[in-house]
Design a protein around this ligand. Structure first.
Ligand code: ZN
Length: 329
């Protein structure tokens, strides 16, 4: 999925800036340092190139749909030293613009259970997510000669963080899925669970059958700190963690493949020859196959032909190759 609504991002960012604690006192035009958000009592401002710039009135901001209530359980014991990957602003225009920088920043994956305001915090769901994350990890390792993706861990176990958002299930479901998708990255950043260089893997109990997709994934994020997002909308299709009987959690494997960069944006001329939108259409074994026949569920692979996005070999055209993604340890 590559749809993006810049206005939604701006709105969400503003909403978050208001909900953040310790909002900086600001005055339009006054000098400032940093890129902080500020507040002059009636408007929200941002420090840009050394001056405070008014971004929206508070009345506008209070109308915004997504706000963060609180984040909990951000345990990161055992997490290796945070890699020093500097974030930078990535701007996406209308339609998918390619900024290759995203590719160099996302080197760690965080599993996240997002609860709605009225959602029940059921520990068995979190446990099921942890199990799925392990299966996802194993599947990707099997695709890359045992090389594993880097996850935020609690000791040896993959960490699953739970975040509760301020909206009810009904409020989320009344929105376009794309608005929720675009809001999730910034929310996770504001919740403190996603920092620079992390890919968010989100299981959320929201979604409208028949109108929302089962999941979405994209390496493109409307927030410079969040470097890739894969979402399982559990209520859309009834696809939930723990339902795979030890098999491959297909949905999240598929969405994570998108979040790692396959096959979005505009690859260089001649790259991803079997591209079909954000998918590929040549081989039903491909985990992001979308074509005229059914998927080969028993033999799912990353780019089995090694000609579209994974293990491209000599790669004379310099095409984007998931095997070179920094999330591999
Ligand atoms: Zn897809």
């Amino acid at each position: 999925m590559t749809r993006r609504t810049v206005t939604v991002l701006t709105a969400v960012t503003l909403a978050l800036s208001l909900s953040a604690t310790g909002c900086v006192k600001a005055q339009a035009g006054a000098q400032c340092r940093s890129t902080d958000w500020g507040d002059d009592g009636s408007s929200v401002l941002r420090c840009e190139r050394g001056r405070w710039v008014r971004k929206a009135t508070k009345a506008q901001v209070t109308e915004l749909i997504v706000t963060l209530l609180r984040a909990r359980q951000t345990t990161q014991t055992g997490f290796p030293a945070q890699p020093s990957v500097p974030g930078q602003n990535v701007t996406f225009g209308p339609g998918p613009a390619v900024n290759p920088d995203y590719y160099l920043k996302a080197d760690t994956i965080q599993a996240i259970h997002v609860l709605t305001a009225d959602g029940v915090d059921n520990p068995t769901v979190t446990q099921a997510i942890a199990l799925d994350a392990t299966l996802i990890d194993d599947w990707f390792a099997g695709q890359n000669d045992g090389r594993r993706l880097r996850w935020v861990r609690n000791g040896p176990a993959i960490s699953v963080v739970t975040v509760r958002v301020s909206q009810t299930r009904a409020q989320l479901d009344s929105q376009q899925h794309s608005a929720v998708f675009d809001g999730l990255g910034p929310l996770m950043v504001a919740a403190g669970v996603v920092t620079r260089g992390r890919i968010s893997l989100v299981w959320i109990d929201a979604g409208v059958p028949g109108s929302w997709p089962c999941g979405e994934g994209s390496a493109y994020q409307l927030n410079s700190l969040s470097s890739g997002l894969a979402v399982n909308y559990m209520a859309s299709c009834g696809i939930r963690p723990g339902m795979w009987n030890g098999g491959i959690p297909y949905l999240m494997v598929h969405e994570l493949t998108h979040a790692l960069g396959a096959v979005e944006g505009a690859p260089p001329q001649g790259c991803a020859p079997h591209r079909n939108g954000g998918h590929v259409g040549d081989d039903p074994r491909d985990v992001i196959y979308e074509g005229t026949t059914g998927r080969d569920w028993d033999n799912l692979m990353l780019d089995p032909g090694h000609d579209d996005y994974f293990k491209l070999g000599a790669n004379p055209l310099g095409c984007r190759d998931l095997a070179a993604h920094p999330a591999w340890m």
